[in-house]
Design a binder for this molecule. Structure first.
Ligand code: ATP
Ligand code: NAG
Ligand code: NAG
Ligand code: NAG
Ligand code: NAG
Length: 472
């Protein structure tokens, strides 16, 4: 049979599954005896995959939008370079013609721990690769069926039968960048909160997926990548769509190294919600604990603490967790978290028609720019309070740049940063500085109080010469 298939065959995924299940079926390579242990493992993987294939078929999972990519597209690939590898798979980056679209290619990692451990045990490289290929097929089926922004997009696949007997399978997916927890710990809270929110949205989806409630069995930051600022799960070979079977509540213990949870055995003989809870506790211990509380806005801290407490004790399901996160997002976006206290804004004078000549200046944490101090603010009042709390800060500018929540990025600067004429931006200068500092040619009349409406095109708009402020 294998010889009958053309090389570089591009088949639709359901057909590929059927092909793999039939032709890989009780399988004995010619010439060598497959050890019974390996045959047993292959059998189990096959059955697991058939179950999933049946569920995928029953759901009639939609084909991904756009043309599915295949082997022909891979033949023209350029710039292929290895990106990362795990225990089972290796991932490369490639550019595909005609437009040079960047994609990630996943294949079995022949030298990886999974295959090499198996070979050590059974001395059967071909069988061991096949075992790993089942994982790749499982992941491919799931990627095809799970349609959510938090799941990496499948772009196609290639099943290269010319490489017998390995049945080389390549998954083509959107390219992401690995999560770096160390780096994330240094990023602004708003970005860290986004990652946690993305994760909760994904877990809510997985708990209610078309294939049932899905548990990510091997839940770790390295199973996720970022694509255009969105967190996505990429490693789906080790998941379960079945809830644990049980006879009594005693069978429903969810074990973690630091904590065990007892769940209920439902009437239908399954541990109710065990997959959902398992994901949530993993999200708590690998993500929330590190990313959520640290340097959060003061007023949000008690709410975040409650969320951490509820997820850490598994009191919340995915829906409740998502609602709690959405509440935090609402508070944050609407500025309701800002404390009601007298604003420092009246200590600043708004100068219209100036902008900063440079971003480079004093730094602060957690800046959105590595050259200077750029922070996300709700409004000028919040920016004024921040400026007052920085000893170097003499003026600040609300830039047109927005963060993902729609807040503005404000640039905080010291007196060493020059102000130059520029369009419609407003610079807020400390009054105490203004008394010591004046522009080269424009008069003190040029200053307007922050509360005043500043009409454009008044004589306040500086001319070319009024580019610098000098200390008097
Ligand atoms: N779409 C992608 N874009 C960029 N990098 C990716 C992508 N998918 C996976 N990677 C990187 O490749 C690594 C290995 O992929 P994957 O996790 O699927 O393999 P694995 O062998 O199952 O890994 P593990 O040992 O974690 O189970 C990931 O940790 C991730 O850093
Ligand atoms: C969890 O349960 C297991 C098995 O019952 C037990 O060995 C382990 O000590 C428990 N762990 C904790 C942290 O209680
Ligand atoms: C949640 O709060 C309760 C009461 O303060 C405390 O006993 C418990 O340890 C907390 N749980 C977590 C996970 O922080
Ligand atoms: C959670 O929300 C989903 C969809 O919003 C809904 O279908 C499901 O029944 C909810 N689950 C629980 C336990 O309330
Ligand atoms: C500001 O002015 C500069 C130069 O005059 C121009 O290139 C730029 O597009 C303007 N920016 C905005 C936001 O209007």
């Amino acid at each position: 049979m294998p010889g009958a298939r053309p090389a570089g065959l591009l088949v639709a995924l359901p057909a590929l599954l059927a092909l793999a299940l039939v032709s890989w079926g009780p399988w004995r390579p010619p010439g060598s005896e497959t050890p019974p242990g390996l045959l047993g493992e292959l059998g189990r993987r096959r059955r697991d995959l058939s179950r999933l294939a049946a569920a995928v078929q029953a759901q009639a999972c939609a084909a991904p939008p756009g043309r599915a990519l295949g082997c022909a597209d891979l033949e023209g690939a350029t710039g292929v370079r290895p990106l990362a590898s795990g225990i089972t798979k290796r991932v490369s980056r490639a550019l595909l013609p005609p437009a040079g679209e960047e994609v990630a290619l996943k294949a079995v990692h022949g030298a990886g721990l999974d295959v090499s451990r198996c070979v050590q045990r059974y001395g059967h490289p071909a069988g061991c690769r096949r075992l790993a290929a089942y994982k790749l097929l499982k992941e491919m089926s799931l990627l095809r069926c799970l349609d959510h922004p938090g799941v990496v997009k499948l772009r196609g696949q290639c099943y290269d039968t010319s490489v017998n007997p390995e049945m080389k399978i390549t998954t083509i997916m959107e390219l992401g960048t690995p999560l770096e927890m160390i780096h994330l710990l240094q990023t602004p809270w708003e970005k860290r909160f986004k990652i946690c929110l993305d994760l909760v949205e994904l877990l809510q989806y997985l708990a209610n997926s078309p294939l049932g409630s899905i548990a990510l069995l091997d839940f770790q930051p390295r199973q996720f990548v970022m694509v255009d600022g969105v967190l996505k799960v990429t490693d789906l070979d080790d998941i379960s769509t079945e809830e644990l079977s049980c006879q009594t509540d005693k069978d429903c213990v969810l074990e973690f190294p630091t904590k065990n949870f007892s769940l209920k055995c439902a009437v239908h003989g399954k541990c109710e919600g065990i997959n959902e809870r398992r994901n949530l506790f993993n999200a708590y211990r690998y993500f929330f604990m590190y990313l959520l509380p640290h340097a959060a806005p003061l007023v949000l801290q008690p709410i975040l603490k409650d969320i951490l407490n509820a997820t850490g004790d598994l009191r919340f399901g995915a829906n409740e967790t998502l609602r709690a996160f959405q509440k935090v997002l609402h508070l944050y976006k609407s500025g309701l978290y800002l404390q009601k206290k007298p604003s420092h804004l009246k200590e600043y004078i708004a100068l219209k028609g100036f902008r900063s000549g440079t971003v480079e200046d004093y730094r602060c944490w957690p800046s959105y720019s590595h050259l200077g101090c750029m922070l996300s603010v709700h409004n000028a009042e919040e920016a004024a309070d921040i400026c007052c709390s920085h000893s170097q800060c003499q003026h600040f500018i609300i830039t047109p740049q927005k963060t993902w929540t729609g807040r503005s990025l404000a640039l905080f600067q010291s007196s060493s940063a020059d102000l130059i004429p520029g369009n419609n931006t407003v610079v807020y200068v400390k009054r105490s500085t203004v008394s010591r500092v004046k522009p080269l040619t424009s008069s003190q009349k040029g200053y307007r109080d922050v509360r005043e409406e500043i009409p454009t095109g008044t004589n306040f708009t500086p001319s070319k010469e009024t580019t610098h402020f000098v200390s008097a």
